[in-house]
Ligand binder design. Structure first.
Ligand code: NAP
Length: 350
């Protein structure tokens, strides 16, 4: 395709890597021409290397591609998405950025570095300004841009419309899908008919990432949101879709109707720019008393919309509601593709 931008995926064989392949199929701007994974997979065809677990067949053009080692090379495209295991993503992503690649990453490794954007295009597109400092600090011609943890996205999309009311304190309890643990994930003997009240490091990630995402970009740096927050994270027997039950204290004490209006009118730069992967309505406000539900609502707008419902008074913090997002799409591959579309539209790929 002559006018498309060639892109690659690091960690293409994994759960999120497969979702990247789905998201990039038929993309009007990007053409997936390069697949990277570990030495275990390098040199094999994609069909041989990956255990495909998506609901649709692996595209024929991808199945026959040879998987490459995850090292910068002349054949790797300038724009690479990263879905590598966090134990290796740090060093490899930095090597690509140093070699001039723009790395759009899902991994946790660089999210909290002060010169790396932790981007949610509807919420903090101005944080892309950190790239300038990143390149200066590190002497890179490339850069790293990250998207948040899969549960943080459902939380911050639920909180962003409430920012004008003055967020003072946040309490969040998650019910997280099994696919969030990658493949093969948890042993069935642990998760079937069960709830596991621990996801290692997740509560800490949600707390710090939320403060950065909802922070303001002033004077070339992020001033984090000043609002104490506490998270509980649980793994539940759901395949896709992370649910977050949120209680929040708001300074200006809006009415429930004002909160609903803020959710239903919420929109951002991706909607203004009509970016390909952007949902028409980033938040779907649900009035049914028993929604949102992961099986019924996680795939709204191809998995890119976040569903919010059960908005009501909380006798402790003032307001409570439920937010749901698809963890491997809005919380991972779809988020990164939207980030790359924003980078392109803002001229960072030129
Ligand atoms: P996964 O299914 O375990 O896949 C891991 C990927 O990393 C595979 O492609 C694997 O390649 C590759 N890899 C492992 N060692 C490597 C090495 N030494 N060099 C290059 N590649 C290597 O994990 P996942 O669930 O897709 O998650 C991928 C990343 O996204 C993680 O950092 C995770 O925290 C993050 N994330 C996941 C979700 C989610 O909902 N699952 C959401 C947000 C963020 P081989 O097949 O060759 O081993």
């Amino acid at each position: 395709m002559p006018n498309k931008i060639e892109v690659g995926v690091l960690g293409a064989t994994g759960m999120v890597g497969q979702q990247f392949i789905c998201q990039l199929q038929g993309h009007p701007l990007f053409e997936l021409t390069w697949l990277g994974a570990s030495e275990r997979s390098a040199g094999k065809t994609y069909a041989e290397a990956a255990r495909w677990v998506q609901d649709r067949p692996v595209p024929a053009s991808i199945a026959s591609q040879t998987v490459q080692a995850a090292v910068p090379s002349a054949t790797a495209p300038k724009l690479v998405f990263s879905a590598m295991d966090a134990s290796v993503a740090g060093e490899i992503e930095q090597a690509f950025a140093k070699a001039g690649h723009l790395v759009v990453s899902n991994s946790k490794n660089h999210r909290m570095l002060p010169d790396v954007p932790l981007l949610v295009p509807e919420i903090n597109p101005d944080h892309l300004g950190l790239i300038t400092a990143q390149r200066k600090n590190r002497g890179w011609s490339g850069a790293i841009v990250t998207n948040p943890n899969c549960s943080t996205i459902a939380l911050t999309m639920g909180l962003a419309p409430l920012m004008p009311f003055g967020i003072k304190r946040i309490l969040a309890t998650t019910l997280q899908a099994i696919s969030g643990a990658g493949y093969p994930g948890l042993p069935s003997m642990d998760i079937v008919a069960n709830v596991i009240p621990l996801i290692g490091g997740e509560e800490e990630k949600m707390e710090v990432e939320t403060h950065k995402i909802l922070g303001s970009f002033t004077g070339g740096a992020i001033q984090e949101l000043d609002a104490p927050m506490s998270a509980h994270c649980n793994r539940v027997q759901v395949v896709d879709g992370h649910t977050v039950c949120i209680s929040v204290d708001l300074a200006s004490k809006p009415s429930i109707d004002e909160i609903k209006a803020a959710f239903s009118s919420f929109s951002g730069l991706p909607q203004q720019k009509k970016l390909h992967t952007a949902p028409l309505h980033p938040i779907h406000l649900m009035e049914e008393p028993d929604r949102p539900q992961p099986r019924r609502d996680a795939m709204r707008e191809n998995g890119m919309a976040v569903s919010v419902g059960r908005i009501r008074k909380c006798s402790i913090l003032g307001y409570k509601f439920v937010s749901l997002g698809h963890n491997t799409i809005r919380g991972a591959a779809g988020a990164a593709v939207l980030n790359a579309e924003l980078l392109h539209s803002e001229g960072w790929l030129d």
